[in-house]
Design a protein around this ligand. Structure first.
Ligand code: ZN
Length: 112
């Protein structure tokens, strides 16, 4: 019960910290970076996952924010299976995301 309350609070704070980081990435990059570091620590302590939209926003290795020009590069590679390559331009860390083919949905009569 207490854990659940703690996690709810942590989630709210993480959300706010990432919103702050996004808003101040250009004007105060140092504060934005610090906000992400705090949010990551908080998630670790509360043992919750950082929401996906935020997880893609920073470098896992050096904490560099993927906001604005010259912070990261995105390339699509078609070798083997199609994937997106996101590279941190600060430390060179590479992350690859598979491009999933859209599944053909079978629409049952009941759903029409
Ligand atoms: Zn990096």
């Amino acid at each position: 019960m207490r854990d659940r309350l703690l996690r709810t609070i942590a989630r709210e704070r993480i959300d706010r910290l990432f919103k702050f980081a996004r808003a101040y990435a250009q004007s105060d990059p140092e504060a934005a970076r610090e906000a992400v570091a705090i949010a990551r620590r908080m998630a670790q302590r509360a043992r919750i996952r950082i929401p996906k939209q935020y997880r893609l926003m920073f470098c896992r290795k050096c904490g560099n924010l993927f906001l604005g020009p010259n912070s990261f590069s995105v390339r699509i590679r078609d070798r083997r299976s199609t994937h997106v390559v996101v590279r941190c331009l600060k430390c060179g860390r590479v992350r690859r995301y598979p491009v999933l083919k859209e599944k053909t949905h079978k629409v049952g009569r009941s759903k029409l």
